[in-house]
Design a protein around this ligand. Structure first.
Ligand SMILES: Cc1ncc(COP(=O)(O)O)c(C=O)c1O
Length: 495
């Protein structure tokens, strides 16, 4: 292949990460197409004026992410499905707003409209006019207090309201935290390159887990090696990359994230869904929880805990959050998206004090905070017990729906293996060999079953599977829908 344009800032640290990021961008923008052969590491290193080891490291990173494939004899090529991981999609995929197919969305027909309206009315009738000004970018104190109490009580989290930041959902929480962590890595990288560590770099080094941690105005953008579960939510991948993360996939087995495999990755942070892994539904085992915290302490790394559906547990006692075990290392991120509605865009980040301060400052610099009236409404909803009552009611309903789906599958599709049903709003279905995930998803959609293919969530290949949502499947519809799915899939196979 001819010359490849990869912009590099030699003054900045992390040259291998820059090469990797340049190649990702080349794929994302279409300058490199799936199947294209890349220059040898020796040639590209010579073109870019860097050592060959730098290019080898970048290629290895992209192979681990599934962007490139490397085979003895045929060199390194862009992976056939690489465009799937485009850093920035020019247009939203069609499925983006497809509520019907989302396996993890709640039943929005059960949104407590009357009680939410009462909470909004009460807020508007009682808050002083001054409260409608720009609020604290970290959230109104009333809501931080209520949420801290709730998370201590229900999730066994260790929370000081001062270290809790209100955000627009888990998505924004992760973006902000990663942005801050990547910025800190950028400063560390500049120091590690051989420069003398200046006072600002030392302050940056203390940033995530230690003291100080205020991002300097104009702090350099950096990248951070972030271990992610394989498989993982593919909707999160672009936001993680955009926030500065270079993804390092780590396999998930029956006990959750494989911590021994994590130890082999050059990760500075890890993102996990311990209460109910998405999409496999596995609960992170006690042994793995301890090992993960030990890894974080030994490696001076940060654990990001995505607590996206932890309110819904059906068969066992609730599993406390990881953050409660190691509040100095774990950042807890959650939202009301499953309990109430994703459209409210209300969530929280609980972080060690220095990182919490940096995230709050970043929020103030990005967009000045979350809508104030809704924050008061949620605070009131929590205070008056409305949130707990709604959750109790929905837990009962979702449990009936889950049981109906599981019964229907056992009766009509016994060849499908059902996993991860103790919690959350979806089950993980291992499909019989030869079943095409996308076809199952399309047929399910016609039948009103919300399913998502697991294939696009994988970095390494795996057997066909889907995440099947049961939150919107009425009990009386389950058997008929599953029976029909079986019929249509069998007819397709026969044809
Ligand atoms: C794995 C995972 N994390 C987090 C979320 C929720 O994101 P948010 O709180 O931004 O609505 C979802 C929603 O589907 C999810 O599937």
């Amino acid at each position: 292949m001819g010359d490849l344009y990869v912009p590099l800032d030699h003054e900045r640290g992390g040259v291998a990460a820059q090469v990797a990021s340049g190649l990702r961008e080349a794929v994302g923008s279409g300058r490199l197409a799936p199947g294209d052969r890349l220059p040898s590491s020796r040639d590209l290193a010579a073109d870019l004026g860097v050592s060959r080891g730098v290019v080898v490291e970048a290629y290895e990173q992209l192979v681990a992410e599934g962007f490139l494939v490397s085979r003895v004899g045929s060199g390194t090529r862009v992976a056939p499905a690489a465009t799937r991981g485009r850093a920035v999609a020019a247009e939203l995929p069609e499925s983006y707003c497809d509520y019907q197919s989302r396996a993890t969305s709640p039943d929005l027909g059960h949104f407590p409209r009357e009680r939410w309206l009462a909470a909004l009315r009460h807020a508007l009738a009682t808050i002083p006019s001054d409260a409608l000004d720009y609020g604290d970018p970290g959230g109104i104190p009333e809501l931080r207090e209520e949420l801290a109490g709730y998370l201590r009580r229900v999730r066994a989290a260790e929370v000081d309201p001062a270290d809790l930041i209100i955000v627009g959902g888990v998505a924004q929480g992760l973006s902000l935290v990663l942005h801050v962590l990547a910025e800190r890595e950028g400063r560390l990288g500049a120091t590690d390159r051989g420069g003398r560590p200046g006072a600002a770099d030392r302050a940056g080094r203390a940033g995530a887990a230690g003291n100080g941690g205020r991002p300097r105005p104009g702090g350099r953008a950096g990248r951070i090696g972030l271990a992610v579960e394989d498989p993982t939510s593919q909707r999160q991948v672009p936001l993680l990359r955009r926030a500065g993360a270079d993804l390092l996939p780590v396999p998930v087995d029956g006990r959750g994230l494989d911590v021994a495999a994590l130890r082999e990755r050059p990760a500075r942070a890890v993102l996990v869904t311990p209460a109910h892994q998405y999409p496999t539904g596995v609960v992170l085992s006690p042994g793995r929880r301890a090992a993960l915290v030990e890894w974080a302490r030994e490696s001076d790394a940060v654990v990001l805990e995505d607590d996206y559906d932890a309110e819904f547990r059906y068969d066992r006692d609730p599993v406390g959050c990881l953050q409660g075990l190691a509040p100095d290392r774990v950042v807890l991120v959650g939202s009301v998206s499953k309990a109430l509605a994703p459209g409210l865009r209300l969530g929280w980040v609980v972080a060690p004090p220095a990182l919490a301060g940096a995230v709050r400052l970043a929020r103030s610099e990005f967009d000045l905070g979350s809508p104030v009236i809704e924050q008061y409404a949620l605070a009131g909803f929590l205070r008056t017990g409305g949130y707990d009552r709604h959750l109790r009611r929905m837990r009962r309903e979702y449990r009936r729906r889950r049981d109906a789906l599981v019964r229907a599958l056992a009766e009509h599709l016994p060849e499908v293996r059902v996993r991860g049903i103790e919690a959350g709003l979806h089950a993980h279905l291992d499909l019989p060999a030869g079943w095409d995930e996308e076809r199952v998803v399309a047929v399910a959609r016609e039948l009103g079953l919300a399913m998502e293919a697991v294939g696009p969530m994988r970095f390494a290949p795996g057997r066909p599977a889907v995440a099947a949502g049961f939150s919107r499947l009425p009990v009386h519809r389950a058997a008929e829908a599953v029976r029909e799915l079986k019929l249509r899939m069998s007819a397709g196979a026969a044809g």
